[in-house]
Design a binder for this molecule. Structure first.
Ligand code: SAM
Length: 285
């Protein structure tokens, strides 16, 4: 076994395929004094697969506040430790932030052992532009909160990404389709690295149809990626004006939507009319 200094290692674990684990991750998990894991039973399966025998400590959302200081004391006294989560990279929609913060405050070095992360894996195969993106974690559980969030994001020109569960994927896509223009492309990455891995990339209305028609497309784990808004004339029509116009065009004629948008945003009728025609044209293409 390698002798490690008193460091806290943040170790990424596979998101489905047990082979997706680095040599260094195995070596570190063998060598540290303890491994803090979200679910020790699940962690044991991974450790058994790699023949790792080490002490597991349970650290999850409900006990992290009092467990973290205990673990920091051990690190300060010279021990080394690792944090893993159920799947993927710890702290990414997973526990670990208090532990990392306390370690830093105590002057303990925190080192990453990088590996699988569902959002990065999904982005890499989605077909969506990834030069800039925002990660939104899990969204609200109600339709109203999701629609409010999607409306806020309508005019965002960057790609946005979120996690969704099998219980809510259909309802979530319905809310997305009701809020976004029909032609806006999205990607749904399901069960990545597992047997039934599927990645859909199409306009939101098409993806919704596929998920509605195919029961299997509602099973498993999901990452949803939404292409940013193609804002061509930023200087002429503001993001807010575009957002208002897009919503109005869902229920109004072009003339009606433009009239209301002018009233709401106090924008130029000519520019909003031109923008409305562009949106309608793009939707037909
Ligand atoms: N820390 C993890 C990471 O690095 O991706 C994420 C943990 S979060 C609690 C779990 C969510 O990640 C799932 O509900 C799902 O949205 C997404 N996810 C995890 N594994 C996945 C997979 N194999 N395929 C698609 N999405 C996955």
């Amino acid at each position: 076994m390698t002798n490690l200094d008193n460091r806290l290692y943040i170790v990424a674990t596979p998101i489905g395929n047990l082979q997706d684990f680095s040599y260094r991750a195995v070596e570190v998990l063998r060598s540290v004094d303890w491994i803090a894991a979200e679910d020790t039973r699940r962690a044991r399966l991974l450790l058994q697969h790699y023949g790792i025998q080490n002490k597991l400590v349970s650290v999850h959302d409900h006990n992290e506040a009092f467990k973290a200081p205990e673990l920091i004391k051990k690190l300060v006294s010279g021990m080394s430790g690792a944090l893993i989560s159920d799947a993927g990279t710890p702290l990414i929609s997973d526990p670990g932030l208090p532990l990392v913060r306390l370690a830093k405050e105590a002057g303990v070095k925190v080192s990453p052992i990088p590996g699988a992360c569902a959002l990065v894996a999904a982005l890499s195969v989605s077909g969506v532009a990834v030069s800039g993106f925002s990660f939104e974690g899990f969204l609200g559980r109600t339709s109203a909160s999701r629609r409010a969030f999607f409306t806020e994001k309508l005019a965002d020109t960057r790609t946005w990404v979120f996690y969704e569960s099998s219980h809510r994927i259909l309802a979530c896509l319905k809310d997305l389709a009701a809020t976004l223009p029909d032609n806006r492309k999205i990607a749904v990455a399901r069960e990545m690295t597992k047997i039934y891995e599927t990645v859909l990339y199409a306009p939101v209305s098409e993806v919704l149809r596929e998920v509605e028609d195919n029961e299997n497309m509602r099973k498993g784990e999901f990452v949803v990626i939404v292409e940013g808004c193609a804002l061509k004339k930023v200087s002429e029509v503001s993001a807010e004006q575009l957002r208002v116009l897009t919503i109005l065009l869902k229920t109004q004629t072009v003339k009606g939507a433009v009239a209301l948008a002018v009233e709401i945003t106090e924008g130029s009728k000519k520019l909003l009319y031109r923008e409305a025609l562009r949106i309608v044209k793009e939707q037909r293409e």
